[in-house]
Design a protein around this ligand. Structure first.
Ligand SMILES: C[S@@+](CC[C@H](N)C(=O)[O-])C[C@H]1O[C@@H](n2cnc3c(N)ncnc32)[C@H](O)[C@@H]1O
Length: 396
């Protein structure tokens, strides 16, 4: 289907690109199409998360994910509760707000005393999404408020920060190898033979020496004999500022990042010649980030070493990491699956749907490949050395 020109190159984007001289770095484009408050997919709040929306996330499949995660959050909060001060559960990038609500319900039901000292804080820069979260969390059983990390930093909290599928929405820098040099990738206006305008990805100026220095730990310093000209990948300049702001907001506590992530050797392997960037809309996936700008979600995997380095730089200490499949089995997913068999036959349809959702959470071809990366701040030695429950043997 040929798209009408207004969808392929909306007027607002044309104006911005013209004002910028006809081209901008990919990172600027991604920031606009995701987070612009009037036109961005998240900024305007028109992306829908869930099986009936644009893409599904683990909590949008049902409450089992939150119920399995709750004991891990409970463990961390109980350890922090030794000091008689208020506690916070912070969700950054709450999307529809389902995970925040499901966790609040699970914590109130399972840890009522702890919950009396607990508030829920939502960090959401996009007003369009925050409006939907407020509606869903109207009857939340925990007191809740919305704040930025900068606002929280005025009185840093004790608690747990959860970042589930949010860091993959930070705008990435795309870089292209031209055979001799790394160049920043641009999104540029292209004039066709009939003077019609369209968007095009093209290589821009060589990377600044400071940016090129980041390439060494990723194995991307020239010479790069196995990468042909045009080989393209992503860098994550938004990670360090985000983790730094998050750190300023937390006096003592844990950060759990759950996201698509790969080790550097996998991320930057020669055969991955076009990075990890994907676009999602209406349950469709595409590798073309220029499709209907502002209507599709754009997402790039995290590089585990880049997250670790940015976290360490901001004062986060590593607590452990693994694949989601392993984490959820440690937290009791197999027992939950088994428990479904005891449900009355009248609930067969619900049981089958829950069974499918649970299997999807651990399926290595689906959400099971997600990584859980945990960090701590302001914690004593004992808390830093204790392995999180999600890394222990199932059933312990
Ligand atoms: C894929 S959705 C996350 C979905 C949700 N966590 C879930 O599990 O269903 C990404 C969310 O992160 C928000 N977001 C984007 N950039 C952010 C940032 N810099 N800080 C916090 N949230 C951000 C988006 O507006 C959106 O709410």
């Amino acid at each position: 289907m040929t798209l009408p020109p207004s969808d392929a190159l909306p007027a607002w984007l044309l104006e911005r690109l013209q004002a910028a001289g006809g081209a901008v770095p990919f990172r600027t484009y991604m920031e606009w199409v995701l987070h612009d408050s009037a036109h961005g997919a998240y900024g305007s709040g028109h992306l829908g998360i869930g099986p009936a929306g644009d893409f599904a996330t683990a909590p949008s499949l049902g409450p089992d994910f939150a119920t399995l995660l709750a004991p891990q959050i409970g463990d961390w909060l109980i350890a922090l509760a030794a000091v008689p001060r208020p506690l916070a559960l912070v969700e950054a990038g709450p999307g529809e707000g389902s995970l925040a609500l499901q966790l609040a319900e699970a914590l109130v039901a399972g840890w009522p005393q702890l919950a009396q000292r607990l508030e829920l804080v939502l960090v959401e820069p996009n007003e369009g999404m925050a409006a939907r979260q407020r509606a869903l969390l109207q009857d939340c059983p925990l007191p809740c408020r919305w704040a930025s990390f900068a606002e929280l930093a005025a009185s840093p909290l004790r608690g747990v920060v959860l970042a589930h599928e949010v860091l993959d929405a930070l705008a990435v820098e795309r870089i292209v190898w031209d055979g001799a040099l790394w160049r920043q990738q641009l999104v540029a206006l292209h004039e066709g033979p009939e003077a019609e305008l369209s968007l095009r990805l093209e290589p821009g100026a060589p990377l600044e020496p400071a940016a090129a220095a980041q390439l060494e730990p990723l194995g991307l310093l020239p010479p790069l004999p196995q990468r042909p000209p045009g080989w393209c990948t992503e860098l994550h300049p938004g990670l360090a500022p985000w983790l730094g702001e998050c750190a300023e907001a937390v006096a003592e506590g844990q950060l759990l990042v759950i996201d698509y992530a790969l080790e550097a050797w996998r991320y930057y392997a020669p055969q991955r010649s076009d990075g990890t960037l994907m676009a999602y809309r209406g349950q469709q996936a595409s590798g073309d980030p220029l499709l209907e700008p502002g209507a599709w979600d754009l997402t790039a995997h995290l590089c585990i070493e880049s997250v670790d380095a940015a976290a360490a730089f901001s004062g986060w200490q590593p607590l452990g990491q693994c694949r989601q499949g392993q984490a959820l089995l440690a937290l009791g997913l197999a027992e939950r699956l088994h428990g479904l068999q005891q449900q009355p036959p009248a609930e067969l349809a619900t049981v089958l749907a829950r069974r499918e959702a649970l299997l999807r959470l651990v399926d290595p071809r689906a959400l099971g490949e997600f990584r859980w990366l945990a960090y701590g701040r302001g914690l004593d030695r004992q808390a830093l050395l204790a392995p999180p429950r999600f890394l222990q043997e199932p059933g312990l």
